[in-house]
Design a protein around this ligand. Sequence first.
Ligand code: GUN
Length: 299
Amino acid sequence: MAKAKIIDGKAFAATVRNRVAAAVEQLRKAYDLTPGLAVVLVGEDPASQVYVRNKAKQTVEVGMESFEHRLPPDISEVQLLTLIGGLNKDPKVHGILVQLPLPEQISEAAVLAAIDPDKDVDGFHVVNAGRLATGDADAMVPCTPLGCLMMLKEQLGELAGLKALVLGRSNIVGKPMAALLLRESCTVTLAHSKTHNLTEECRAADILIAAVGREQMVKGSWIKPGATVIDVGINRIPAPEKGEDKTRLVGDVDFDEAVEVAGAITPVPGGVGPMTIACLLRNTVTAACHQHDIDVPEM
Ligand code: GUN
């Protein structure tokens, strides 16, 4: 059988950013509206600093306003909640993202609950989780599963009736991914560490989404020939072939095996990852339109 098509998430993310930039330009011309995204970073975690810098850079590149709030690691929960209260009221801010994880003196749940659901561009607020679960079109959808869905539709077109298996039940990826696929009329299985006959369940799926955070767990023999495989995992493993102490990134799927069986597959890196920030920008435009009662442009 021919090798799987490699889905180029980096190229598709660039296309989505161009569409977002066109939508931003349209909002500016037609309504004198510039969407604004506020990103809040508490502390100095190096990985989070890189994410936040990339988010701010790409926000400006598509023509939106970026508001960055960097706070010391010992800030109190009350101080952070006060900042969020101000951002909720600020008419120039249409989207709010508080970078996770937070220092231990701050309750993540309290912070996520304090964000105005209509500005919750991460889609983590329980109101948005509830909107998505009940099929409300106004739901803000978490960025990573939204990016996965966009890649699936680009690859497969109509998804209705396909069997989809989501491996992993996190609030950030697995559960919203299952809800999105159900909204597309897929037959959805949400599998996890306690699932019986996991390999057989996987092998029945036309669409396999791996989001467990376990390096190269999904083997080629778990995949239905011709299936579309989306790998959400980002795991760092030793790479002695590159030299002593070197590492490399791998997904939750054993790519070298899976590429021989699947019909299409996302690589790691360069698959799902780049789509996440593109979807954050898209969500910010969507949020700005909702807040101003404007039809959301095609993006
Ligand atoms: N930390 C790592 N990824 C994310 C994300 O998508 N959103 C937020 N808020 N924090 C993160």
